[in-house]
Write a protein of this length. Sequence first.
Length: 225
Amino acid sequence: MTENANLSKPKAYLVPLMIMLVFGLVLFLPAGSWKYWPGWMWWTIIAVVTLYITAYFVHHDRSLLARRMKLQQAEPQPATMRILSWLSLLTFLLPGFDYRFQWSAVPWGLVILANGLVLLGYIIIFRVFKANSYASTVIQVENEQQVITTGPYAIVRHPMYSGLLLMMLGTPLALGSYWALPFALLFIPLIVLRIGKEEEVLRRDLAGYPEYGRQIRYRLIPLVW
């Protein structure tokens, strides 16, 4: 058994539970009310899927969870990821203030459809994790890592970013806010820049990736790019 596989169950569940607590504070403190129903819908979807994914990989691939919990990275946090982190915070914070001060009036049907988009994005990310135990936002190639060509990788080369983009674009409307949408839209150029950097590393360091790139033409969105 590898060191990563020795991740304990309590530690495996502690991190997602802490994340969900932070999400709750970020959503409901700005809203100033527990009656913020779009916040509850979004939070419930994220919490249920997060705990399901954690439980699944605790039993099937605990090394993936351990790898994603590592605090040390092979490279300093790049500028694009720092900007994405700040944009994420704004995307999650603004809807609560929007609800408190009634800046937006998003129809409830659109809120539900947007939450469906968030759920779809998270399901794609789950499928990525199932197909690729080395899936990460850190640009590096680890020992024994291989090119993955199955699952969502048979459609686009960077499906984790596809799922993340769906989640982030759906989140503002899912939380009932038009004002947060421009910040979520900024994810598009930043993810494109990030993929460009990642492609350079993978073509250089991951055996078989250039051939895979010729086979799978699209990086992020099928039939588009």
